[in-house]
Design a protein around this ligand. Structure first.
Ligand SMILES: Cc1cc2nc3c(=O)[nH]c(=O)nc-3n(C[C@H](O)[C@H](O)[C@H](O)COP(=O)(O)OP(=O)(O)OC[C@H]3O[C@@H](n4cnc5c(N)ncnc54)[C@H](O)[C@@H]3O)c2cc1C
Length: 433
């Protein structure tokens, strides 16, 4: 039995991180209100999350946490059309230019579109007895008293109103408002670490000829230094494949069918490129651009207003090609739960420290790889250069050593920390090569 911590908590933003934070808060507060600018409850695709059109892979660690917070969710999604895939048998990984060896691990992943995942989470969240959603409502600002946050001002169909709360969570994604709020309340802004990634996506939904790719359910073709082009192909609900081309360092994928095919001819195995050429298009090619990854160092602030926390992309938005954002949002939710179990004293300091610890491995992996891609610009240390050389070697070895492929996939799936790649067993295999 969890002790109630407060009367009312408000979560601003019903993206993946907001939904997960709301779920956690219902264990600690009598009432939780989830506020969202968009109308909720359709098929999940909406204006506030335009990225939802593109490939959104949920890493194995993210799926574990979702299942922990919503037992039975995986089964529900599978029953309604999400696509299961066996790790790393039906997941084909071509990383650093090397196609990884395959080996059963006993783990199963679930592939779906982001709107499908979000609509399933929303349904579960809306089923929580002490949670209310307030959609089509724009967050106007915070209500504060003596440097403490005591509520939120919301503008909805019925005009502007103030809702009091013991705790407010900013889960409004990249456009999170906390930076501006801190300034207006006389607090410092957190330091920011920015990596210029210049990622561009082009996504096409297709129906592939039956069994065109055999048992494969997901194919990831990574970028690497010297080849700034990649692709992700995912079987998703509705008997469709979602094919996202990703360019980094300013390289933009084409948006015409012939250019799309030619990109795949260049980066993907021949059978994959041929299957896509033979597919039936299900609509237009859509695009997205992500100029930078930004990590905000909230954990380094010496003062932070009481009654306010931040989660999700508002803390750190990643280069999406590594598929980390939703899973890290799930890790923040667990961090929030752990901190609230200890009460609300000194909550912001404890939470931001725990969130930073949860985020560190994912940030190390993605920012390290991003810096390696931008060799010319990056002020890289000898240590970073050595690590990248070692990773390159691991990827070569993973092409014929399934144990190394599994170790690599567990780290990139956030199941194991990056240090697992230098455990003696892996190190030995890499060096023996
Ligand atoms: C192109 C692209 C591809 C991606 N691919 C992947 C992937 O493969 N795997 C993965 O894990 N992650 C991926 N991500 C990242 C992922 O989308 C986010 O990390 C994830 O959605 C968590 O974000 P969030 O919940 O913090 O914010 P968001 O999902 O952006 O949600 C923020 C919510 O806040 C609402 N909101 C904003 N402002 C207001 C306001 N003023 N008032 C009320 N509501 C407001 C928005 O409408 C939205 O619902 C990708 C991102 C991009 C851009």
């Amino acid at each position: 039995m969890i002790r109630k911590t407060g009367e009312h908590a408000i979560v601003l933003g019903a993206g993946i991180s907001g939904l997960l934070a709301a779920r956690v808060l219902t264990d600690f507060y009598d009432r939780v209100t989830l506020v969202e600018r968009d109308a909720l409850g359709g098929d999940g695709s909406r204006k506030g999350v335009p990225q939802g059109f593109h490939a959104h892979s949920l890493l194995p660690r993210g799926l574990q946490i979702l299942e922990e917070l919503f037992p039975g969710l995986t089964g529900e999604m599978l029953a309604e059309g999400a696509v299961p895939y066996e790790m790393i048998v039906q997941l084909r990984m071509i990383i650093g230019g090397h196609e990884f060896a395959k080996m059963p691990t006993g783990d199963t992943g679930v592939s779906s579109t982001r709107p499908f995942l979000e609509s399933h989470l929303l349904r579960r969240v809306r089923g929580l007895p002490n949670l209310a959603t307030t959609d089509r409502s724009q967050v106007g600002g915070l209500a504060t008293r003596e440097g403490r946050v005591v509520g939120v001002r919301i503008a909805g169909d019925d005009g502007e109103r103030e809702i009091p709360a013991d705790l407010v969570i900013d889960a409004m994604g990249r456009g999170g408002r906390t930076l501006a709020w801190l300034e207006s309340m006389g607090f410092d802004r957190p330091q920011e670490e920015t990596v210029k990634v210049e990622v561009a996506y082009a996504t096409w939904y297709l129906r592939l000829p039956e069994r065109a790719l055999g048992e494969d359910r997901m194919i990831i073709v990574g970028t690497y230094p010297g080849r700034p082009k990649g692709a992700a192909l995912c079987a998703v609900e509705g008997d469709r494949w979602l094919v996202t081309l990703g360019g980094v360092a300013g390289v933009r994928p084409p948006v015409d069918p012939e250019g799309f095919f030619a990109w795949l001819d260049e980066v993907a195995p021949a059978d994959v490129a041929a299957a896509v050429r033979a597919a039936e298009p299900l609509g237009e090619i859509g695009t997205a651009r992500i100029p930078t990854s930004v990590r905000r160092r909230y954990e380094r602030l010496s003062r932070f207003p009481e009654g306010l926390l931040v989660t999700g992309d508002a803390i750190c938005n990643f280069n999406p090609i590594y598929g980390q954002g939703m899973s890290v949002g799930a890790l923040y939710a667990l961090a929030m739960r752990e901190c609230l179990r200890e009460g609300t004293g000194d909550l912001a300091r404890r939470y931001f420290a725990a969130a930073a610890k949860a985020l560190d491995p994912a940030w190390q992996l993605s920012s390290g790889a991003d810096l390696a891609l931008r060799e010319a610009e990056a002020a890289r240390t000898p240590l970073a250069r050595m690590l990248n050389a070692y990773l390159g070697r691991l990827q070569r070895v993973a092409a014929h050593d399934p144990q190394v492929a599994v170790a690599f996939s567990r780290v990139s799936g956030l199941l194991d920390p990056p240090s697992a790649l230098v455990r003696p067993a892996v190190l030995w295999r890499a060096l023996r090569g």
